[in-house]
Write a protein that binds this ligand. Structure first.
Ligand code: FDA
Length: 408
């Protein structure tokens, strides 16, 4: 991929891609000659670089439409069927990038995430990449998209047969997120569903979990959606960790979040047994065998845990087991777009072809990646959506170019 530093004032090209993130870069590897990728950031693929703790959880082997949220849960099926996790793994293997499965089908690089960026840039070598370039105006002149961009104070007008919008969502504005894709969609009359931060930590106004900051515990948690059996991490401001991030995607303000603090343990039987085996032991001491001591201490201040095991009736054991298997909390809010991994909602999929990502009412206009109302769970699903949707759009554009070359 060539980095262009000087541009002519006007140019005609085949395909202009807005956004050099995961989806934009991958799409550029498909669209063929005459592609320009524009991004206002100084570097391409910044979110890839920081993803997965710097090792990029680049896909999930179990990826299916069920792992996504959006108004139409079936929309992602077609693209995922034509470009699945193993297609991306084959590409990664071709570049000799070592990887491993961490857990739950999540594939990470053994080395740095920048290997994925380098691979994407090598794949898109035929396209021109314009970094530090602002998108000033997007229009359509009846024949082509006319996009005015600004670089180093110079206006450049790009006329393109195809416009691919891959500008991501609103998550982490400090990393260049702007929500431009939604504005372009609305400008061309496409509906955009409500957006909100997802895969984001919960906050509590009273900072009640401050004393527990840093404590992690495996839980089974849910908001208004499926339950996720992963880690919960207490933070100074509230709750994080994979289980809470997953639950946040299904949470709305004011609603509760519930966690089973001892998934897989039959606490009733364990406590009854402790009553027989160690009647003089404090119940909190017994619980500390199953939960971190600091958490037991905190919980003892919230619920009845007083006394030796011998003093515990079946009814008290029953009540405690119920309380710990459905620990219900009402977060005040989330950390918002400042730290959210993704944006829920986006360009309404009813307006797009699920096969090509092209706007049904505006030929040549494509939306891919996070700006579309398709949001994955934590665990490599969002990158897989970026690859699959980019492949769908990029291949459709390449096919249409082949077709027009054949007929001309
Ligand atoms: P992406 O955000 O990657 O790219 C959009 C591009 O558009 C950016 O380069 C941006 O600069 C550019 N842009 C935006 N507005 C513009 C404007 N007005 N003008 C010009 N350019 C503009 N997912 C996953 O599957 N596995 C993981 O390990 C992680 N880890 C992770 C960690 C963190 C901290 C975050 C924040 C996110 C993740 N994700 C993830 C989610 C994943 O990063 C995300 O879903 C994809 O990057 C989305 O790819 P897109 O290309 O759609 O947007």
């Amino acid at each position: 991929m060539r980095i262009i530093s000087r541009h002519p004032r006007a140019m005609d090209i085949s395909t202009l891609i807005l956004g050099a993130g995961a989806a934009g870069l991958f799409c550029a590897s498909r669209t063929g000659p005459g592609t320009v990728v524009v991004d206002h950031a100084a570097r391409a693929g910044e979110k890839i670089r920081i993803s997965g703790g710097g090792r990029c959880n680049f896909t999930n082997t179990g990826c299916a439409a069920e792992n996504f949220l959006g108004r139409n849960p079936h929309f992602a099926k077609s693209a995922l069927a034509r470009y699945g996790p193993w297609d991306f793994v084959a590409l990664v293997d071709r570049y000799g990038i070592a990887w491993h499965e961490k857990t739950l089908g999540q594939l990470f690089c053994d080395g740095k995430a920048t290997q994925i960026i380098d691979m994407l840039r090598a794949e898109a070598a035929g396209a021109d990449l314009w970094l530090r370039t602002e998108v000033a105006e997007v229009a359509h002149d009846g024949t082509r998209f006319v996009v005015r961009v600004v670089r180093e104070g110079r206006n450049v007008t790009v006329r393109a047969a195809n416009l691919v919008v891959a500008t991501g969502g609103k998550s982490i504005p400090a990393m260049g997120a702007t929500g431009l894709g939604y504005k372009i969609a609305e400008q061309f009359g496409l509906p955009v569903t409500d957006t909100r931060p997802a895969l984001v930590p919960f906050t509590f106004s009273d900072e009640r979990f401050k004393p527990l900051a840093g404590v992690a515990v495996p839980v089974r948690a849910h908001a208004d959606g499926p339950a996720f059996e992963e880690a919960l991490l207490f933070t100074h401001r509230g709750l994080s960790g994979p289980a809470m991030l997953q639950a946040s995607s299904y949470w709305t303000e004011g609603a509760p979040v519930a966690a089973d603090l001892l998934p897989g343990l039959d606490l009733r039987t364990a406590l009854r047994q402790a009553r027989v085996d160690s009647p003089r032991r404090n119940l909190t001491t017994v619980l500390a065998h199953h939960l971190p001591g600091r958490l037991v201490e905190y919980l003892a201040g919230q619920m009845d845990m007083a006394g030796n095991c011998a003093e515990w009736s079946d009814a008290r054991i029953e009540a405690l087991a119920d309380a710990l298997s459905a620990w219900v909390l009402r977060p005040t809010a989330t950390e918002g777009y400042r730290t959210a991994e993704v944006t829920l909602g986006g360009v309404d999929t009813t307006a797009l072809s699920s096969r090509t990502m092209e706007a049904k009412a505006r030929p040549g206009l494509y939306f891919i990646g996070e700006c579309v109302d398709v949001t994955g769970w934590l665990g490599g699903y969002n990158f897989q959506w970026a690859w699959a949707s980019a492949h769908a759009a990029g291949s459709a554009i390449a096919d249409s170019q082949d077709g027009s070359r054949r007929t001309s």
